[in-house]
Write a protein that binds this ligand. Sequence first.
Ligand code: C2E
Ligand code: MG
Ligand code: MG
Length: 405
Amino acid sequence: MALVARVNPTDGEDTIQTALDFVRTHLNMEVAYLSEFVGEDLVFRAVSAPGFEDQCFVGGGMPLDHVYCRHILAGRLPELIPDTAAEPLCADIPLTTAIPIKSHVSVPIRRRDGTPYGMFCCLSRTAQPDLNPRDLSVMRAFADLSAEQVNDKIASRVARQSARAGIEMLLNEQAFDIVYQPIVDITGNRPKGFEALCRFRPEPYRPPNLWFEDALGVGLQAELEVAVIAKALKSLDQLPDDVYLSVNASPSTVGTGLLTDLFAQHPQERIVLEVTEHSMVEDYDDLVSHLDILRFRGVRLAIDDAGAGYSGLQHIVKLKPDLIKLDISLTSDIDKDVVRRSLGAALVRFAVEIGADIVAEGIETDAELAALTSLGVPLAQGYYLGRPGDLDSALAWFEDGQKTA
Ligand code: C2E
Ligand code: MG
Ligand code: MG
């Protein structure tokens, strides 16, 4: 019972360490380790060897020719050796005399494809004639548990490598396109601006936020967000001069400072930066100081997805945005739902108080638009008003030839 309590299945390293500590003390041996075969060597990946730390430490290792592993894998030596003196082959293995090894229990750890990964091993400088098949069963059970952890780790490393390769491919080949969704003035119906949204080309289609999550997971979020914004901003000079472009970035990308130079190459008063808070902002002061640099140069700040759960009021209060974008979860069915309507009304009043404009997102029906208009929301975005489309579809809004309002 105590053993179960000590094994923490959510933490692979701890589980393997606990397993090694347990088998070493249970079998009354001096050294236990989990090894990996790397080329012609064995490398210790986890170790339980109090008093032998100089010889047996994580990252250390020795040539496979000096140890028992290959012989056990080939069936020339048994997994359970209570007394090495009883196995003539042991005398030929350099480590037997170097330590000296008098008893040895070792079982293979295999990858999920069946290939050997390494060994789960216990050894002692004294013979252990009491060691029996039940002890070997215990050893195997813990080796299997450890193998699960090792294989989970390998699988997540492979997944991470392939996700990173996928994002690097997107970046190298610029395998994404920008679509533009109109943000219309509720009274005039002419776009005041467009939100630039990304569409990644690889099939099957995946929503853009999933690609950005992958990028975050492999440390390439800022690179990807900046590359997408750079591509979007190239279209700014084709849009009418009084129309803005809204681009999306996470707080951590803002914190890199990479946007400062990029935005400086464009008319900054026509850029709106939408910042979402999908995870905790660790240092608001740092974020505010980066945003202040951009805002000083004319960039306007929007808080995206307000009311969605992550963008709390605190986020709005601390960042004092120019625009607050009401999330679809708040605007959907707002004409039918009194709670959403009251919350919407409160946010409109709040926005007026802090001198911000409101953009209602996700408008799909005339009734939703009417409800938001009656609340005094000035700007709206949604399929009912215009779906995200390519640059030509954005320019079609102005086909009367007017480049300015
Ligand atoms: P978001 O920034 O809040 O973008 C609004 C999302 O709502 C877009 O989804 C848009 O297509 C969708 N939408 C617009 N009108 C309606 C409507 O009437 N009904 C419904 N159901 N949906 C509507 P999309 O393009 O799939 O993007 C999803 C999220 O992915 C975005 O949410 C944003 O968080 C992220 N994303 C998209 N493009 C970019 C980008 O270029 N950079 C970054 N950093 N994130 C992006
Ligand atoms: Mg957005
Ligand atoms: Mg949004």
